[in-house]
Design a binder for this molecule. Structure first.
Ligand SMILES: C[S@@+](CC[C@H](N)C(=O)[O-])C[C@H]1O[C@@H](n2cnc3c(N)ncnc32)[C@H](O)[C@@H]1O
Length: 269
């Protein structure tokens, strides 16, 4: 799959941090509060965004095992400054090939963020079974859910977004991706395996001052839409030009819908 640069992950992290659903975060904190020490695995950790967001809400003694296939991102993650009672280890792993190898030790929580929409139904089934077999709670943040809101609107928005959402379902290295339907699919699978799930919206909200991230996102969407042949290249280019002018003029706002959830096994471990 196309790699994710540390620069892109740094650009999006403040929006991710603000978007993370507070009720879901509170449910995790509440669930883990009784533990003296907490062991967490973060699947596809990138530069460690979930470590930075979640660790201040957990009991002081923590052991984080960060997994990703990109060694450069793992090096960034390992460099995250953390409180003195937090241990961080990193492991390079291809989660498509070797998912089960990530579960080689006892853990209190498996976490992931901005991953589920990239993966296939078959891979989510594998993950759900691996979690349920070990009765492990699961936190999945920031799965794109297909909702967008543009201000101002543009006649080509619907065509571009149809192309973008079609691109969401192409193979990102885990088989045909579920894209916007991934989070509801996984919630249903886990509920079917006896989990209780707390979920809620975790939307990116970008205002007129958020120029850099809007430009990056809109450029990516125009390119994805073009790749899917959703509209003629000249129309996609014209859409992007109008959108960029609105961003530069400070009159563009964008909402991108995401879902967060926390799933706990009903059976006690
Ligand atoms: C959208 S980024 C999210 C990163 C991080 N969780 C965050 O929220 O900032 C997706 C991550 O999945 C990782 N990834 C993609 N394919 C992978 C694979 N086959 N095995 C392990 N990690 C993978 C990428 O390297 C990247 O760090």
């Amino acid at each position: 799959m196309t790699g994710f640069s540390a620069e892109w992950l740094a650009l999006r992290e403040p929006y991710d941090t603000r978007a993370r659903n507070p009720e879901v975060l509170a449910a995790i904190a509440n669930f883990l509060k009784p533990l003296h020490a907490v062991r967490v695995i973060d699947l596809a950790c990138g530069t460690g965004s979930t470590l930075r967001s979640l660790s201040p809400r957990l009991p002081a003694r923590q052991n984080w095992h960060l997994v990703d296939h990109d060694v450069r991102l793992l090096m960034h993650a390992k460099a995250t400054p953390v409180a003195k009672d937090i241990d961080v280890t990193v492991t390079p792993l291809d989660l498509n090939r070797d998912l089960e190898a990530a579960f080689d030790a006892e853990v209190d929580l498996v976490a992931t963020s901005a991953l589920l929409d990239l993966v296939s139904a078959a891979w989510l089934d594998r993950l759900a079974l691996a979690l349920a077999a070990r009765s492990i709670p699961f936190y999945a943040a920031l799965s794109y859910d297909g909702r967008t809101r543009f201000i101002p609107t543009d006649l080509s928005d619907a065509c571009v977004m149809a192309g973008m959402n079609a691109h969401q379902t192409t193979d990102k290295g885990f088989g045909p991706a579920l894209g916007p339907t991934a989070a509801p699919f996984m919630i249903a699978r886990l509920e079917g395996l006896g989990y209780s799930v707390v979920h809620g919206a975790a939307d990116w909200v970008m205002g007129p001052e958020d120029r850099d991230i809007q430009t990056e996102i809109l450029t990516g969407w125009a390119s994805a839409s073009d790749e899917m042949g959703a509209l003629p290249l000249a129309d996609a280019t014209a859409w992007l030009t109008r959108r960029r002018l609105a961003v530069e003029a400070g009159c563009s706002s964008l909402l991108v819908g995401h879902i967060d959830f926390f799933a706990t096994p009903r059976a006690t471990r």
